[in-house]
Ligand binder design. Structure first.
Ligand code: ASP
Length: 358
């Protein structure tokens, strides 16, 4: 009985990802009316290989992506704002232990969880971000508070949490973020690091290829969303626990406006996921928007240039999801996989995990 259930779910999932073939048609479609809207999400990019995945986990990811995107799609369909769709969609993924954001965030070297998030409103270029918070259940909500109710764009650590209290945002005990899976990942990375140290007597950081592989295996599941609403407004948001084994209050690209998140009604809305240090140096999200603004290239072309050429040339990896002012969508990545989904105004759904879907 259980097996039959799994088979049916798998068939549904296969059907969903086969909708990918429609993607080009969706991507090139532009709309003329106020009824145009759309939403695109990611749940992180990385070494996501089919052979390392169980059927049940694959289904769990596909279902959660679908649940999340449908929340945002419904908001947009009912005339809600792109910003509301982005935050409510991200909340679903933050609350799921499957993703490296909110519940399920990765562990730092000190076995704590430090969360980063940002949002940007393309209608007025307002933005809000938080970094290194340890007691905020839904960091994306605090990023919105920073944008709407402070004179600042970015708050960090304890100060950000004091601000959260003034805004009535409830704090949670840090144990809320614990998941066995993420904790075990930290232990695995630490023992690998120790082996390296024992082996050559140097720090792992100085052995760049070993360190690269630690890093490549230590990031999965940042979440992000970009949306276009019926009023033609764009918004984007990104939320993450960062990278496993991070230390020294390391902050990645996710809370950096222009790197992890960017939105501008004149161009597009973008959310990034990947090796944050490279995405900061590449100013990935803004770079895509700038190419559209200053060179007049399409969203698809701009995203491909940045993700397939600029970031790999620097040595980094990852991906983005983005939507432009006409509702064209792109989900570009240079890793083995990226959890992703897209829904257009017609309600057509695309869900994907791996690079090659067949
Ligand atoms: N970009 C995130 C960071 O560097 C990690 C990720 O997207 O997986 O913190």
């Amino acid at each position: 009985m259980k097996k039959a259930h799994t088979t049916i779910l798998l068939a549904v999932f296969t059907m969903l990802i086969s909708c990918k073939h429609k993607e080009n048609a969706i991507e090139t479609k532009t709309s003329d009316s106020a009824s145009n809207f759309g939403i695109v999400i990611h749940g992180g990019a990385g070494t996501i290989l089919k052979e390392k995945m169980t059927d049940s986990l694959e289904i769990a990811y596909a279902q959660k992506l679908e649940e999340a995107i449908k929340i945002g799609h419904e908001i947009l369909k009912n005339g809600g704002t792109a910003m509301e769709a982005v935050t409510k969609t991200i909340n679903v993924m933050e609350d799921s232990p499957l993703f490296n954001a909110g519940k399920g965030a990765v562990f730092t070297h000190e076995e704590t969880n430090e969360l980063d998030a940002s949002v940007m409103d393309g209608s007025n270029l307002n933005a809000g971000a938080v970094a290194g918070v340890t007691h905020i259940k839904n960091p994306i909500d605090l990023a919105v508070e920073v944008m709407d109710h402070s004179e600042h764009v970015m708050l960090a650590g304890e100060g950000a949490e004091n601000f959260a209290v003034t805004r009535g945002i409830a704090l949670v005990d840090p144990s809320y973020f614990y998941t066995e899976n993420r904790f075990n990942s930290l232990q695995r990375i630490k023992s690998k690091e120790k082996m390296e140290l024992d082996h050559d007597g140097k720090t792992a950081v100085s052995n760049s290829s070993a360190y690269d592989s630690f890093i490549k295996d230590s990031k999965f599941g940042t979440v992000g969303c970009a949306a276009l609403d019926k009023n033609g407004n764009l918004a984007a948001g990104t939320s993450t626990g960062g990278m496993t084994n991070k230390r020294w209050n390391r902050i990645g690209d996710a809370p950096i406006i222009g790197a992890g998140t960017y939105a501008n009604n004149a161009t597009c809305a973008v959310s990034s996921t990947g090796w944050g240090e490279y995405f900061i140096r590449g100013m990935v999200a803004h770079d895509i928007s700038a190419m559209m603004e200053y060179k007049g290239v399409s969203l698809e072309e701009a995203a491909r240039e940045v993700i397939q050429k600029k970031i790999p040339a620097l040595g980094g990896d990852g991906g983005i999801v983005a939507i432009d002012k006409d509702g064209n969508v792109t989900m570009e990545f240079n890793t083995a996989g990226m959890y992703r989904a897209h829904m257009n105004a017609a309600g057509e759904l695309v869900v994907g995990i791996y690079k090659n879907i067949n």
